[in-house]
Design a protein around this ligand. Sequence first.
Ligand code: HPA
Length: 291
Amino acid sequence: MNGAGEPFVLGREILPAEQPARLAALEAAVRAHTTLRPKIGLVLGSGLGGLADAVSVEVAVPFGDLPGWPAATAPGHAGRLLFGRLRGVPVVVQQGRFHLYEGHSAGFVVQPVLLMRRLGAEIAIITNAAGGLNRDFAAGTLMAITDHINLTGRHPLIGPNADAIGPRFPDMTTVWDEALRERLLAAAAAEGVPMVEGVYACLTGPSYETPAEVRMLRTLGGDAVGMSTALEAVAAHWAGLRVCGVSLVTNPGAGLTAAQLSHTEVLAAAAEAGPRLARVVARFVAGFEAS
Ligand code: HPA
């Protein structure tokens, strides 16, 4: 039970039709803290919490203060929403996210992006740490996401639809907004930060992939693999957010080198490359100051 009286129940399915009432309660809880209307929502991945350092924070809302949300998240995830300005642009930053591998339902995993939309955001920037499938993508590579493959077997929009949020059969041809991606790449170039493009393959985790799975994912057309992002992108697009995102490649996929994978190394690689990504994101966001 938290301050708003709504219990958090791990793994409880949240059907699309239930989201409007839940989002109304979440919006009310946020509005008790701030009137800021974010233009851009930022989702920070494993070890990328430092991206928030560039934000002049007006208010930090711990997840535990929000109805139906838990206080604790995965290692490397702080667990709060930051409201403030980045290069003058009003933003909301999800510092720490909800993953399927923690036992969260698909409908719960996507609540933060739906809340961002509800609070007024028009654009979502989704970041993650990922394994490299493309042999050209060494550890430390930043990859602008062109598309994704959802291999989780889960979907946040199963169940009676919430027509007030988005359509029953949302198109996914343009889930990853090309114009925003071009702006990301331009921001990277302006910062002198190399950035490639590629397809993100999403599995549930929590184990890393087997070498055979990595070979399969490469055959399927994946360039990076991770345990987040795809469901959030689908729901964000459904709800009318324009979506862009970056994978930070922290390691070659299992079997592509002799090395074994560890979360500690993933966090270390994310920490090393995080500041580069932060510069790119800040410059990208700055481009929306006047708009
Ligand atoms: N696989 C899945 N998720 C990941 C990886 C990986 O190799 N590295 C960082 N997140």
